[in-house]
Design a protein around this ligand. Sequence first.
Ligand code: HEC
Ligand code: HEC
Ligand code: HEC
Ligand code: HEC
Ligand code: HEC
Length: 404
Amino acid sequence: MYSINRYHIFIVISIFIFFAPFLSLASVNNYWQRPILSQNPAFSLYPENCGACHKAQYDVWKDSLHSKAMSPGLMGQLNPKDDPEFAASCYFCHAPLSEQAEYRIQKPEVRSQNTGAEDFDYIKNPSFDNKLKLSGVSCSVCHLREGKVYGPPARKEVRSQKSEVRSEGQKPHNSFIERDFFEKAEFCATCHQMDEGYELNGKVLTNTYREWKESVYSKSNITCQSCHMPDRQHLFRGIHDPDMVKRGVSFEIAKNEIGKDNIKISLAITNSGVGHFFPTYATPMIIIKGFLIDGKGKIIEDTVKESYIGRKISLDLTKEIFDTRVPPKGVFNYQYENILHKDAERFIIEVKVYPDMFYNGFYKAILKEGNAHNKKLIKEAIKLTERSVYTLYRKEISLKERRG
Ligand code: HEC
Ligand code: HEC
Ligand code: HEC
Ligand code: HEC
Ligand code: HEC
């Protein structure tokens, strides 16, 4: 007679343990099938409605870039009416709910007679909701499927003041479905990693998940959420936030040789706490600038030396010009060497972050070439990308006393 013994159980458990990570990956991929099917829940999909009870999440999400994913720079490029397919390729990450798209695919009844290929027609989407579209990567994008609420496993510890839910007895969604993958990096990878196409110099254009996967952080289970959603707060802060960047990068004047006629300074910039390359995308640029100033605070001509941290690509995305990004725990060394000009009173070194350097150049180019679909929005985007610049580090070294 066939009976289940310990050995069988061992095999069954082993097989399960072996496949469990794949099962969880399959389920997160399944969860992120897009466009996300029409929801029709018994309650509203708007983030401010979720915010009526989940105030803590709403208040910080509202200030995050996820809430601004339908930006002037994105919308100014799109013309859903004439090119719904192109718009859909962007909505995939920027606004993936079906209700966020003006047009949807209608599968043809019959395949094209000649080619056998399927031609997709786009038709007007009756459930399109412009207000929902403008909310970008909102609560419902990450938490709702078929009208049901999904979330991470409920907290075991007592809720902190911050995450308190104000339900006042009412529950619009009677329950929620717990999924472990909310706590995993793969949940974010669905929009922050590209696998196909867009390869430049052998590297995909956005590679954040893989950079993280190969770092010490993935080995010690420090996930995207650990850094970008500490204590489950919906902060999602990145390169646009000076404090966030300061926490991940450290500076040290490594060599400081100031002679009578010469100056030699080197600044070590360490990626001490960023869980991927600093910066991970090709869109920001960090400019390190050293120079000498005179007694009146004027920059002395020909003393400026600049270096760049970033991945510079051509505006048409066909060429990589350089890639000096710093991997996790890596160091970038900036060297300044010069003859000490007789008027030099101080040496200044400053590190500036241009979070939207690529986009700024790109918008200016499409405006000039007449390729901007909506000029007004693109002009607004140019202003926004200029306003995001900030100084990350600045140091002054007096040269007066050293030279006597
Ligand atoms: C009328 C109040 C109310 C509204 C509106 C509301 N929720 Fe909730 N939500 C609750 C309550 C109550 C719980 C259960 C909290 C608990 O058990 O700790 C909850 C739980 C959740 C959870 C699970 C939290 C966890 O621990 O995993 C998620 C995610 C969530 N809601 C998302 C949403 C989203 C997204 C919306 C908007 C589409 C929304 N909620 C609208 C009251 C509300
Ligand atoms: C549905 C797609 C999607 C998912 C899922 C997603 N993101 Fe994003 N994320 C975006 C988009 C799109 C932007 C850019 C928004 C904009 O500025 O237009 C963004 C922006 C960000 C930024 C700000 C980048 C900057 O330039 O400062 C951070 C940080 C971030 N996401 C982290 C995360 C983390 C962590 C997760 C997982 C918990 C996650 N995201 C999941 C689409 C997504
Ligand atoms: C795989 C997901 C993904 C797809 C697809 C995608 N984006 Fe993004 N996009 C992002 C993320 C993540 C960011 C934030 C990081 C950054 O600034 O580069 C972003 C940032 C942007 C920004 C700068 C921030 C802003 O909103 O002003 C623009 C503009 C933009 N994307 C346009 C587009 C356009 C146009 C398309 C379609 C051709 C598109 N994106 C497709 C993920 C995506
Ligand atoms: C980009 C995806 C994303 C968006 C947008 C998003 N969430 Fe979340 N949410 C998550 C993830 C991931 C977690 C789990 C984080 C963790 O476990 O570290 C989470 C956790 C939660 C929880 C449980 C919090 C707790 O303290 O236990 C609630 C409630 C919630 N989200 C509500 C919301 C609401 C309301 C909004 C909109 C204002 C929103 N979320 C927007 C991804 C998202
Ligand atoms: C150990 C902490 C840490 C981990 C883990 C981490 N990040 Fe970051 N992340 C940062 C810091 C700090 C910054 C700001 C510096 C920068 O932009 O590189 C940042 C910046 C970003 C940005 C802004 C864009 C850019 O060009 O830098 C995005 C998007 C982002 N992270 C997404 C992710 C995703 C997705 C994951 C998981 C696969 C992740 N992060 C894991 C700390 C972390």
